[in-house]
Design a protein. Structure first.
Lengths: 383, 419, 373
């Protein structure tokens, strides 16, 4: 009977239990290949089984919110790129919608179509990275490269439209920085045709692979109640059987004009979280195809330019990024160009908080799988 | 360090020996320059571009560098991809020390060169990797494209090819000059150069005027026609669930102390009825009512606020506003409960920046999601959550002084943004 | 008097020439015993050099091949800059590794730490010495070849366990323990399949196992016993992949989980030796598969005399290495295609599936031999 660890448990660990084995602690990160950035996890292990996990944040805390207080609203759009860099274009929209609510400006139809199309391209790009990381973290390095291969085509499109591959800084209150070039629609069309075939291959690669099934079905189950209680959103919440998507619940932009499904799975395990993202890629492709058909060839792409000055008040916007609910809370204490405070709610933060719940009793290899299916982006947590 | 560093000492005195040393140099440098194995390390946006560079489109493998090692002991190259924060800095130094020599570092992106977008008003970011470890190559960009990283890699290759075992590889101490000083020096030099250039230009202009007294420019600036855009009315997004007015009335029926803050003279009901559909209802709750109100909206069958969006705070001169953002997944409406917490001014003024100024009951037993959010508010504002199970700093070190998101926060490393 | 001997033809050549050269020595030094001892030592030296040359010489080729195969599976180009299509990339890697700083982490058991990579290298070298490369090209033609291989193969796990334990790192220790459990389990089915081969060939000598497959391609053990041979080959493929700690069974390294497993703390030359051992094990296992199932150095005759004569003209070594490299290519394709199972699933697979199937295979094989052949 070994000494119980109760009196000397490091901060954060809570489970009190008696064991006949010697528990030990493992430190994972901040530099570890599968923590998706600068996240640090301390694991309390019993052999290969995880008893408890405590995440440590802040290794990439860059003080964005403090900085935003001395910036203008427009400058903050550029900072929002650097939060969740995989869906930079979606973060831009989240900030811009909050500003639009304050300025009370609308967007012409063509501008809205540009927004929706870039949103969905960004979603596909992020989910492709998920596909790669999921396969890669399971040990199949080849998946990682396959996921990134198609993503480069999206980056080509984004680069042509916004001038930047990753940090787009594209949307502005009332529309966007530039109009899209004439090649935009044909390129998106070509990309979709290509992706259709590619996705078929990729699904064949992972979806029915026996090792993937063994390693992901029933692993890291998050029940419906827990998912809601921990504030999970996006694919993680929907994989647990909750049909909640801001695009459907509070449709922003012109999402109410499109015909698309919200895929919902009910087991809440790693495999469902994987399947749901694959299904979402298909739904995004559906939306993009509808956009291509209805895209207005003529007409203004933005509304009249106005100085970005917000009246006193508090403005809130929420959008559905590839990771989940991305909310921006802008406080304007005086009418002017500078915010009093901007707060961002990133979707990954609650997911990592729920990680402890999911990994208990699983092996260290399962932790890697679960981390991959949560698809966290650490700079967005730490801001 | 190694056996080859002895070679020049032994061979150079022997006639013809220096050719042997040169040959050793050539072979070893050739091997080192062409087989650079990077360390798997990345913190933010640049890491994704670093990954892209090893993927199919760009393929860092062409240069023999695709062998990303997860363990620093097997790596040669430290690509510093992403912002370096104060909390990460010791880890980076440790990683650097663990890489066996000869080792090289590439600072990728603006953040690792100077702090990049995070240079002003920032208490968390290290302004430049060269303050921590010796850097060989800087790759600018935010983030740099993969091609830029390759250029950095090839520049490093050229640098390695010039090395010699006569002057063995060694680890230099980072310079004591901070980045900002260096930047200011550079800015001064730049300004002086600009002045010189202006003088020269003025001279040249005067000379030209002397030589050509009746010269008239035919240059006309081309103006791009500014597009005219129409004003577009904003259409509020669709509302789901109860209206703001209904929510407000139901809440006030239960808690009469709850108020709604308007900026106009009109009665609250009219303001609420006219509010845009997509503006969430934000009500002021007394601190005593806070816990009861949260419990009520969570369990009441009409409200069903089962989803916590966020807990955050705003610092004003004499009080904090704690905003609890709740939402009902099932019904769809949102409600923001705002608690005004008076700052505790009984604490002596010199101790105020480092002490907790207000206290509020925790709601983490109702919403598990609130636990980390409240830790964040505690970390950033110094608000005490009574009954919180694990109230520790979350983003900052435990010995960090002060609470950064307070308006009067100051940090020795913070540089004010010039106006 | 017992005089050790080494087999033909190089051995005979040396034995013939050593007495002739000894005649130039003073008469007092001339004796038959001395001559045969010297001849033996010279032969032994040649054997050691040959084994080292085959193993260490192939390792860079294999690393290059691995990088290229991996790159082409992943729609990339792989090393392109050094030499034609990056052919001398691994030479640069090796030279760089040799001249890198070497140190052991604090708290490590230095002796064990530096000895572990050497121990890992022992097993594949000994196995390589037993493999017949051609009709008269084998270093040690021992009659108990297969039992010897089974006995020696356990050495690898010893080195890995030592390396992981002596590193004073929890990741290394976890990796080493995983690897120990895995290799000891898969050793059993590995041995079982070799026993199956022994049973159908009726010999434990690798040369006679090879020569037993003489004839057409359908006389190879993989095809000779219908279905059973092929099943045995697949089982051998799986268990040897696990024996070598190669993906998809690389749970001991598991870069995504353990940042490198048992060799996390190794750098420079010791790490290069681990790296080398992995690829040498690849060669020996492929050679073993070739010898036991694919007819070793025998040409793939198909029964048509005209073609067979042409095929027979090619030396056996060429056939042998062609088959070995084909096997290596198969191992590489598997590595870059599959994802990694979890550690307990891997154990389940061995004890609950592979081992029972092996036992059944042995029984069915025995029945086939008794009844049918």
């Amino acid at each position: 009977m070994s000494q119980p660890l109760f009196s000397k448990l490091p901060p954060g660990f809570r489970i009190q239990r008696e064991t006949n084995t010697e528990e030990f602690f493992i430190n994972m990160g901040p530099q570890h290949p599968s923590t998706h950035g600068a996240l640090r996890l301390t694991l309390r292990m019993d052999g290969e089984t995880i008893v408890e996990l405590v995440p440590h944040f802040g290794y990439i805390h860059r003080g964005m919110e403090k900085q935003a207080e001395s910036m203008s609203y427009l400058q903050y759009i550029a900072l929002s790129d650097r939060q969740d860099y995989l869906t930079a274009i979606q973060n831009n929209l989240g900030v811009v919608i909050a500003l639009e609510k304050g300025m009370n400006v609308g967007v012409p139809e063509r501008g809205e179509y540009i927004r929706v199309m870039l949103q969905e391209l960004g979603r596909i790009a992020s989910h492709l990275v998920f596909y790669g990381c999921f396969g890669g973290d399971l040990g199949g390095q080849t998946c990682l490269l396959f996921g990134f291969k198609e993503r480069e085509m999206i980056h080509d499109i984004l680069e042509e439209v916004t001038g930047s591959r990753l940090t787009t800084n594209f949307f502005r209150p009332g529309g966007s920085r530039y109009d899209v070039p004439d090649t935009f629609i044909p390129r998106v069309k070509a990309f979709l045709d290509h992706l259709e075939g590619a996705m078929r291959d990729y699904e064949r690669f992972l979806s029915k692979n026996i090792i993937v099934l063994e390693r992901s079905i029933g692993i890291g189950v998050l029940t419906k109640e827990d998912a809601i209680a921990y504030g999970c959103s996006g694919p993680v919440l929907r994989a647990s059987g909750v049909e909640f998507d801001v695009r459907r619940a509070n449709p922003y932009s012109i999402y109410d004009q499109f015909d698309f499904d919200i895929p919902v799975f009910h087991n809440g395990d790693c495999y469902d979280r994987y399947k749901i993202r694959i299904a979402e890629i298909h739904e995004s492709m559906k939306i993009l195809r509808q956009c291509i058909d209805k895209f207005p060839k003529e007409g203004p792409w933005r509304s009249k330019e106005k100085p970005v000055r917000l009246p006193v008040g508090r403005y809130y916007s929420e959008i559905e990024t590839a990771k989940g609910l991305y909310a921006t809370y802008v406080v304007a204490a005086t009418t002017g160009e500078k915010p009093y405070r901007i707060h961002t709610r990133g979707p990954s933060f609650p997911h990592i908080a729920a990680l402890n719940k999911m990994v208990q009793g699983h092996k260290i290899s399962d932790l890697v799988t679960i981390m991959a299916t949560l698809d966290p982006v650490i700079p967005e947590i730490d801001r | 360090m190694g056996i080859i560093n002895l070679a020049p000492k032994v061979l150079d005195p022997i006639p013809g020996g220096k050719y042997v040393v040169n040959a050793i140099d050539y072979v070893v440098n050739w091997a080192r320059a062409n087989s650079i194995w990077p360390l798997t390390y990345g913190t933010s946006c640049c890491a994704i571009e670093m990954m892209s560079s090893s993927m199919a489109r760009y393929d860092i493998a062409r240069f023999g560098s695709e062998v990303f090692r997860a363990s620093p002991r097997q790596a040669d190259l430290f690509i510093l991809a992403g912002t370096i924060t104060r909390r990460m800095a010791p880890a980076i130094q440790m990683l650097w020390e663990q890489i066996p020599g000869p080792k090289y570092a590439i600072a990728m992106g603006a953040c690792t060169i100077s702090g990049g977008p995070f240079i002003y008003d920032n208490y968390a970011v290290v302004r430049g990797a060269q303050n921590l470890i010796p850097v060989d190559v800087f790759v600018p960009g935010c983030p740099p494209r993969p091609e830029a990283l390759f250029h950095g890699l090839l520049t490093l290759r050229e640098k390695i090819l010039k090395e010699t075992c006569r002057k063995p590889w060694h680890e230099g101490l980072p310079k004591d000059v901070s980045t900002m000083d260096r930047y200011r020096e550079a800015a001064k030099t730049w300004a002086a150069l600009e002045e010189m250039k202006d003088e020269e230009m003025a001279e040249a202009r005067a000379k030209f005027k002397e030589e050509h007294p009746d010269y008239k420019s035919s240059y006309k600036p081309i103006r791009i026609k500014k597009e005219d855009f129409p004003e577009v009315e904003r259409k509020p997004f669709r509302r789901v669930g109860l209206t703001q007015l209904e929510l407000y009335q139901k809440l006030t029926a239960k808690f009469p102390n709850i108020t709604f803050h308007t900026h106009s003279e009109e009665p609250v009901e009219t303001v609420l009825a006219n509010a845009p559909a997509d503006r969430p209802l934000e009500v002021m709750v007394e601190p005593e009512d806070y816990l009861a109100a949260v419990e009520f909206v969570k369990n009441d069958p009409e409200f069903k606020m089962d989803f916590l969006i966020d807990v955050t705070a705003i610092d004003y001169d004499d009080h904090f506003d704690l905003v609890t953002q709740l939402r009902s997944i099932e019904v769809g409406h949102k409600i923001f409960l705002c608690v005004q917490l008076k700052k505790d001014f009984s604490i002596p003024e010199e101790k105020r920046p480092t002490s907790l100024l207000a206290s509020v009951p925790t709601i983490s037993h109702l919403y598990p999601a609130a636990e980390i959010k409240e830790r964040e508010v505690y970390d950033m504002f110094g608000i005490d959550f009574a009954g919180h199970p694990d109230q520790r700093r979350i983003f900052l070190d435990k010995d960090f002084v002060g609470y950064p998101l307070r308006k009067d926060f100051s940090h020795p490393e913070m540089i004010r943004r010039p106006l | 008097m017992f005089v050790p001997s080494v087999t033909n033809p190089v051995g005979d050549f040396v034995r013939e020439w050593v007495p002739k050269l000894a005649e130039f020595l003073p008469a007092s030094l001339q004796s038959d015993t001395l001559n045969s001892v010297v001849a033996f030592l010279v032969n032994a030296l040649i054997c050691v050099v040959a084994v080292c040359a085959v193993n260490i010489g192939s390792a860079p080729i294999l690393i290059y091949m691995e990088r290229k195969v991996c790159a082409h599976v992943q729609c990339r180009l792989g090393p392109m800059r050094l030499g034609w299509h990056g052919t001398i990339q691994t030479i640069a890697d090796v030279i760089k590794m040799l001249f890198k700083e070497v140190y052991a982490p604090s708290g490590a058991d230095k002796l064990m730490f530096y000895m572990a990579p050497l121990i890992v290298l022992i097993a594949p070298f000994i196995v390589c010495a037993l493999i017949p490369f051609s009709r008269d090209l084998v270093v040690a033609d021992v009659s108990m070849g297969i039992p010897m291989i089974i006995a020696v193969n356990g050495f690898g796990v010893l080195g890995i366990l030592l390396g992981g334990w002596s590193s004073n790192n929890k990741y290394s220790l976890l990796g080493a323990l995983r690897s120990g459990a895995q290799m000891i389990s898969y050793e059993i089915s590995f041995a079982m399949i070799l026993l199956f081969v022994v049973m159908i060939s009726g010999s434990t000598n690798l040369m006679s196992i090879t020569l037993g497959q003489e004839g057409t391609i359908f006389d190879w053990w993989i095809f000779k016993i219908p279905v059973l041979g092929f099943i045995a080959f697949i089982l051998f493929f799986i268990s040897s992949t696990a024996e070598m700690n190669r993906a998809p069974f690389d749970i001991a390294e598991a870069e995504q989980e353990l940042t490198g497993g048992y060799h996390t703390e190794y750098n420079g030359t010791p790490f290069a030796m681990f790296y080398l051992a992995e690829y040498i094990a690849l060669i020996t296992n492929s050679a073993l598969a070739t010898t036991c199932f694919l007819g070793g150095f025998l040409p793939p005759c198909i029964g048509i005399t005209a073609i067979d004569n042409v095929l027979n003209m090619v030396p056996g070594v060429v056939w042998f290495f062609a088959k070995v490299y084909f096997m290596i290519w198969c191992y590489m394709m598997v590595r870059w295609t599959f994802v990694r199972p979890r550690v307990d699933q891997l154990m389940d697979f061995e004890w609950k599936f592979l081992l029972p199937v092996n036992l059944v295979l042995l029984v069915v094989g025995a029945a086939y031999i008794t009844i049918g052949g």
